[in-house]
Design a protein around this ligand. Structure first.
Ligand SMILES: [Zn+2]
Length: 177
């Protein structure tokens, strides 16, 4: 029995060996393609879960790019907000001028100020214009140095301080009548 099995094994082995020359090339090619397909599937299968994680990583560069592109988006210096704020500064300067003039007028009536006050009108008006121009100029410097918050807050602070001064002038005037 054992001898026969060995003999059969040898025979089959010889039969396969005899088939090899003709099938060697196709079998090798098939084995290569099969291994490539298997490896290909293995690679793709292993890459897919890795790719599933990278989408999060891919999203970061996509987020970083907009973030990187945001800083260049500097607002124009003469945008609506600045024009509004500068107009506010100018209005407050005019109010400061008029409120001060009202105070001086009242003072002139009471104390009879010298004629210098008339000459001071032009000088004081020029001072108000200079104050507005200086405020805008400093805002521009903040804008150029990328201090856009300070650029805004300078005008806001200027408006609030000038507004407070004008309100005080008018308040002082309203007390006397
Ligand atoms: Zn700015």
């Amino acid at each position: 029995m054992k001898a026969q099995r060995k003999a059969d094994g040898e025979e089959t082995g010889d039969a396969l060996f005899s088939l090899r020359p003709g099938l060697a090339a196709p079998l090798l090619l098939g084995a290569i393609f099969w291994s490539l397909e298997v490896h290909g599937d293995e690679i793709s299968e292993t890459l897919v879960p890795e790719v599933d994680i990278p989408p999060g990583l891919h999203a970061r560069p996509r987020i970083d790019l907009p973030v990187a592109s945001l800083p260049p988006r500097v607002h124009a210096f003469w945008d609506r907000q600045n024009i509004f704020l500068f107009a506010g500064v100018g209005v407050m300067r005019i109010l400061d001028y008029t409120s001060t003039q009202n105070m001086l007028r009242r003072g002139r009536e009471e104390i009879l100020l010298p004629q210098d006050v008339v000459e001071n009108h032009a000088g004081f008006a020029a001072l108000e214009v200079a104050a507005t121009a200086t405020s805008i100029g400093i805002s521009y410097l903040f804008h150029r140095t990328r201090h856009h918050k300070l650029e805004r807050w300078l005008s806001i602070g200027h408006i609030s301080v000038a507004g407070f001064g004008a309100a005080r002038n008018y308040a002082l005037e309203s007390k006397h009548p």
